[in-house]
Design a protein around this ligand. Structure first.
Ligand SMILES: NC(=O)c1ccc[n+]([C@@H]2O[C@H](COP(=O)([O-])OP(=O)(O)OC[C@H]3O[C@@H](n4cnc5c(N)ncnc54)[C@H](OP(=O)(O)O)[C@@H]3O)[C@@H](O)[C@H]2O)c1
Length: 227
């Protein structure tokens, strides 16, 4: 069966991605920062594997890569993320900045780069970044006091877009996703969409994206998102 690797699969959108792929018979590898807190993931079925991964810790990435070895991965979903808090411009601290860029930007990029050969061995050959409308400057999206999150997701898009261009000759397909405003812990369970609705739409977008469209930024609704 095809294999999907999902970071942050213990709750929220990551858990729902895992649930839906497992229900369709995929082999699912999920990561969690604290595997002891991932009972909902473990309950998804027999062909699910849980691996520890803390995106803020380089040693944790190295351990994850050792455990994956040269296993083919059809789809990588870089989903783990933090919201960076809310602060006025003058309140942005180097510590908060570094944490959010590390988890939302650097870690997914490092993970994708390290897994290039695994993705090349897969059939689907897709690398997916769970981005956000907050990354979009052209959409006119404006939420005050969201400096760190916006910058971290816009930078993630920039890196993912570059990877998509660089790796297109290898047949690898890069996709950036806008989940919509979804009821998860990150949004204090406020929002227009359930995790089921958001993830169903994002999975459809993943499945439909061809190599010719690699590097696209697309919403759960299948609509392209302005950069
Ligand atoms: N919900 C929305 O409306 C929305 C909208 C746009 C984009 N997004 C994006 O969607 C993704 C998933 O968010 P969500 O809504 O499902 O939020 P969530 O319920 O808060 O889940 C966040 C996930 O990221 C993991 N994570 C946080 N810090 C980590 C670290 N240092 N290392 C590894 N994993 C870490 C969390 O693990 P722990 O349980 O260990 O903390 C959890 O699994 C994020 O990238 C988010 O930015 C969400």
């Amino acid at each position: 069966m095809p294999c999907v690797l999902i970071t942050g699969a213990n709750r929220g959108l990551g858990l729902e991605f895992a649930r839906q792929y497992a229900a369709e018979g995929w082999s699912v590898i999920g990561t969690a920062r604290d595997p002891a807190m991932a009972d909902d993931f473990r309950a998804l079925g027999s062909d699910v594997t849980l691996l520890p991964f803390d995106a803020a810790d380089d040693a944790s990435l190295a351990a994850l890569l050792r455990q994956l070895g040269d296993r083919p991965i059809d789809i990588l979903i870089a989903n783990s993320g933090v919201d960076g808090g809310r602060q006025e411009a003058r309140e942005v601290t180097p510590e908060a900045w570094k944490e959010a860029i590390g988890i939302n930007t650097y870690a997914p990029f490092r993970l994708a780069v390290a897994l290039r050969a695994n993705l090349e061995r897969g059939q689907h050959k897709k690398l997916v970044a769970v981005s956000s409308l907050a990354a979009s400057i052209g959409s006119g999206y404006a939420v005050p006091a969201q400096y760190i999150y916006r910058a971290s997701k816009a930078a993630l898009n920039a890196l993912w877009r570059n990877l998509s261009v660089e790796w297109r000759p290898l047949g690898l397909i890069g996709i950036m996703l806008r989940p919509g405003r979804v009821r998860t812990r990150m949004t204090d369970f406020q929002g227009d969409l359930s995790v089921e609705e958001s993830v169903s739409g994002m999975r459809r977008a993943i499945a439909m994206t061809t190599l010719a469209e690699s590097g696209r930024f697309v919403g759960f609704d299948g609509v392209e998102v302005p950069w």
